[in-house]
Design a protein around this ligand. Structure first.
Ligand SMILES: Cc1ncc(COP(=O)(O)O)c(C=O)c1O
Length: 404
């Protein structure tokens, strides 16, 4: 009997995925920051130290730490020159920020379809959406799965568009032996609490292009050059020194944390094998890709189930799988923001006179297909191999009971 129907659960103590941040070393370092009174990056050393560690981790010249992944995207888009009248292509099967950052930059998001095998942007669909207004493509490495970077870089060359890698979910993933976030013109990261490394909130922009880094630096701090002299429209997107400490030690801890994620995923995939190809499939990286497993995305055979996908999620939770959720239940273009298109008010940027075109967001078949059947497991370094075994047991129990 399923736990959701009064049976007893697979796990009495539910699985909870959470970050592993605490150590005496970190507490000591934060205490010293607090004692010193130097709390902001302008005068401190931790944010700078983190930036230089991340630059060498990625193999890029410039890294700027910022307040979160959304401000990182806004900064990156503005740094490559995105503004009013421009179009930026991205995926609708992602977290809102990949597209709302385009709106913050006063440009129009255009959605292209995804590839059913990786759930990432399909380069052929992106190419179809390119117009004379396309300034950039926000390529998201969703769930830790690398996107087809070679194909996007070819499009960049052919059409003169900039490639912004949204690496929020994919720190440490690799594409043909290179870390993602080091391949496009500019890239962004998030250090939100569920990400590969976390500073609670936090983000970064990375690039090899000195001019983009210079512009990003101004955008991060009020556009100020010299004292109280403002060269351009900037913001306050800085990271604090306390966040700098966390991010620095998290990056040092990353190899160990990544090993634990991989051990959990390995057992999970082995244990789910009897269901694969029948009740579910798990998108796998192509041979030249290294997945970094922020999420395990699971595509359910919804047509074989007696209940909707959301019931499956509730049933798994009742069995004690606390780290299951849906990323993402609707393609972004179907949400009220993109349906109503009020934007900054009076319809901008969609109805901006500098744009002067009309966008219609038509359904994209692969994005709709994925959104209907996806279910996600958050992978965190506290999860154990036993958690993976129990999770697979819960899947077997629930999917067998709900099989048509
Ligand atoms: C793909 C993607 N892009 C951007 C962001 C925004 O990052 P943040 O939450 O740090 O603003 C997130 C996540 O949370 C994300 O998952």
């Amino acid at each position: 009997m399923l736990a959701i129907e009064v049976g007893s659960p697979v796990r009495k103590d539910p699985i909870v995925a959470r970050p592993v941040v605490y150590s005496e070393e970190v507490v000591q370092a934060i205490a010293e920051v607090l004692k010193s009174g130097v709390l902001t990056a302008q005068h401190g050393r931790w944010v700078k130290a983190f930036e230089s560690e991340l630059a060498s981790f990625l193999g890029v010249r410039h890294v700027l730490a910022v307040s979160n992944g959304t401000t990182a995207l806004h900064t990156a888009l503005k740094a490559v020159g995105v503004g009013p009248g421009d179009e930026v292509i991205t995926t609708p099967f992602t977290f809102a920020a990949s597209a709302t950052a385009v709106l913050h930059a006063n440009a129009v998001p255009i959605f292209a379809d995804i590839d059913r095998e990786t759930l990432n942007l399909d380069p052929a669909s992106v190419e179809e959406k390119i117009t004379d207004r396309t300034k950039a493509v926000v390529v998201v490495h969703l769930a830790g799965m690398p996107a087809e970077m070679d194909e996007f870089m070819k499009l960049a060359e052919r059409y003169g568009v900039k490639i912004v890698e949204d690496t929020a979910q994919a720190l440490g993933a690799e594409y043909r032996g290179r870390r993602v976030g080091s391949i496009g013109h500019i890239s962004t990261f998030s250090f939100y609490a569920t990400k590969h490394i976390t500073s609670g909130e936090g983000g970064a922009v990375a690039t090899d292009v000195a001019a983009y880094a210079e512009r990003a630096k101004l955008i991060r701090a009020h556009g100020e050059v010299g004292k109280y002299n403002y060269e351009l429209l900037g913001y306050n997107y800085r990271m604090t020194e306390m966040q700098g400490v966390l991010a620095y030690y998290q990056l040092k801890q990353w190899p160990e944390m990544q090993k634990r994620r991989e051990a959990y995923v390995k057992v999970l995939l082995e244990e789910l094998a009897p269901l694969e190809g029948d009740m579910l499939t798990v998108p796998r990286p192509r041979p030249y890709m290294k997945h970094s497993w922020h999420l395990v995305q699971i595509l359910l055979a919804v047509e074989k189930l007696t209940k909707p996908r959301d019931y499956v999620v509730e049933a798994l939770r009742a069995e004690g799988v606390g780290n299951v959720f849906v990323a993402y239940p609707v393609p972004l273009y179907k949400t009220p923001l993109f349906q109503r298109r009020e934007g900054h008010g009076l319809g901008c940027p969609w109805s901006c006179p500098f744009y002067g075109r009309k966008v219609e967001y038509r359904p994209l078949p692969n994005a709709e297909w994925a959104a209907e059947r996806v279910l996600s497991l958050l992978v965190m370094p506290n999860l154990t191999e036993q958690d993976a075994v129990d999770t697979a047991a819960a899947f077997k129990k629930v999917l067998t009971a709900l099989r048509r």
